[in-house]
Design a protein around this ligand. Structure first.
Ligand code: SF4
Length: 225
């Protein structure tokens, strides 16, 4: 599969792996640009890599990844049919929260991933990614309550972080209910886009949405800094 989108997203990943824009690069084993289907309808955004993610260079491995896969299975998806990334691409030491200046330094990578993929739905996992789209919002109040941006023809769904649900299993019914609402939400956005948005597939069996364009109607290029 070769198209502009693949080239741009591969380019972003390559830059992330060499990035030294914030101090998190000093402690990383591997940067974690993100993984999944470049043509996915759903972009999941977590907080930052943990121990196992840093070891493997992949997002959401270990128990949180297993839990995310379990939730995806509720709606008939596998992790290969979505794209998963984080607000910071390198592991904060001792799994601490990412700092504001680290999130700011890493933001252009996520901005470019989002613009290039142009997903139907952005699902945030935890408060740091939620704050990108729901500034000042509280995860306990906003979890499972999507917002549809009619202009962008895109939905945003705030979700608990899987690790939070694993720590507090009483959140599980709310998490499952939010995931189960995703297919109807996707259908609504597909209709807004004219009903021809793709079914997500990494196997090549779907038609991808058009690459994002800038205001001069050119494909978005990787021009981060
Ligand atoms: S967290 Fe982001 S900005 Fe910081 S070094 Fe890693 S890739 Fe660069």
């Amino acid at each position: 599969m070769t198209d502009d989108r693949v080239a741009v997203l591969d380019g972003i990943a390559a830059q992330v792996r060499l990035c030294t824009l914030c101090d998190l690069y000093k402690g990383r084993t591997h940067a974690v640009p993100g993984a999944g289907d470049y043509h996915a309808e759903i972009l999941f955004i977590g907080e930052g890599p943990g121990f196992y993610e840093d070891q493997k260079g992949l997002p959401f491995v270990g128990r949180s990844g297993d839990y995310l896969e379990k939730m995806l299975a509720l709606i008939g998806y596998t992790r290969d049919q979505v794209f998963i990334t984080n607000v910071v691409k390198c592991r904060p030491p001792e799994n601490r929260d990412p700092l504001p200046d680290e999130i700011t330094a890493c933001k252009p990578y996520l901005d470019s991933q989002e613009a290039t993929m142009n997903p139907l739905l952005i699902a945030t996992l935890g408060r740091f990614s939620m704050n990108r789209y729901f500034p000042g919002g509280k995860i306990t109040q906003l979890h499972g309550k999507p917002r549809i941006d009619a202009e962008a023809k895109r939905a945003y769904m705030p979700l608990f972080h899987p690790a939070a649900v694993l720590r507090n299993p009483t959140l599980e019914p709310q998490m499952a209910a939010a995931f189960k609402s995703i297919p109807a939400l996707l259908e609504k956005v597909r209709e807004m886009r004219g009903g021809n948005a793709p079914a997500s597939s990494s196997s090549g069996g779907s038609t991808p949405p058009p690459p994002s364009k800038d205001k001069d109607d050119k494909p978005i290029q990787l021009s981060l800094f």
